[in-house]
Design a protein. Sequence first.
Length: 398
Amino acid sequence: LLHQSKHDAWTCLMLAPPAFGLRFAKWRRPGGVTPACKPLLEDMEDRDATPTEKESLSGCCSGVYDCFCMEPCGWMKFAPPFLCCSLPYFCTLCCSHDGDSRTEALMNLMRTMTAHISSVHDLKTLQKATDVAERLPFYRRMRLSLKGSDIEACDAGADMGGGEWLYPVERGTPTDEFNRPQSERRVIFYIHGGAFVLCNPATHRAITVNLVRLTQAPLLVATYSRPPDCHFGEDSSPLQDVLRSYRNLAEKVDPSQIIVAGESAGGNLAAALCLQLHKLNLPRPGGVVMISPWVDVTDASFSVASWQAGTDYLPVPLARKFAEAYVPDRDQATDFLASPLFAPPAVLKAAFPPALLLYGEAEALADQDAEFGKRLKDAGVAVDVHIGKGMVHAYPVL
């Protein structure tokens, strides 16, 4: 649907993850700029160096300061052990050219961070910490330059519900896309993860830029209200905001030409969006890609083997806090719009377009994702399931 056929799009998505762990392998050399770095620096000079409204050094410093002041004792308790324990992993990332070593270092770095982040108790503080990414000056320019000069980005307007557009220069801007004949328009609608509470479009550019580069299709990263300021079932909630954004996009692009994608909590919302569209008797998208989707947020889900195995970087107590922040009324956690795993077979068959499900063999959500893939197949959904051997949660994003 995004390329010459849906299988080409699936192939592009499947080829993307192995490249992520190697994306900085060419760039390091102690004491100077490598020849490989020169095109990057030249490209950044050639691009418009004006930061966006959100991006500024003062805004970044202000964000870091405000975040620290919200819970100074927690951050001071977190920083020393995290920095000491993670030093070997940072060294590997800076010095190693071996993809397997770098991937293992990234996974260990995530495990170390989540093991010590419990020192910071307030979810709003953690949320504010991840929001610093969208204030980093020139971060968008740098990320685009790392992936080549053929991709551009801009903020999505209010008509799309906010968020960020990424698009291949050769294909043109989102406005150019909407001016094409209806049959030629195609868009990826990406929903970022972050346990419903954390992250934003800026934190996920590693994967969104790659998707645009590999598929040569424009991509809209949705933004949405996040707990603890809102909760499941409210008018202003992650699912309802994503639904509004998708419906705005569907007014400009035929739904059959839209691929919905998301990882972790974004994978939950991608699945829930398909179910919600069916419930409202609206056209479903042309396809859905779910990367490590968190499809069961009930309390019982945390007792399964994959959560207790300890091979992933997701700690159960922190994940439970995020689940309770999203669905405070735990009786609602079995609603299939909150936990798509519990959707009836007939609803799954009617609601889901052709689907791609990816998850890691060693991740905490492996059991529920395996069960979800089975239920989709049993319901008659055309679903491709791919399991990353030895991989942890949301590994394509790392």
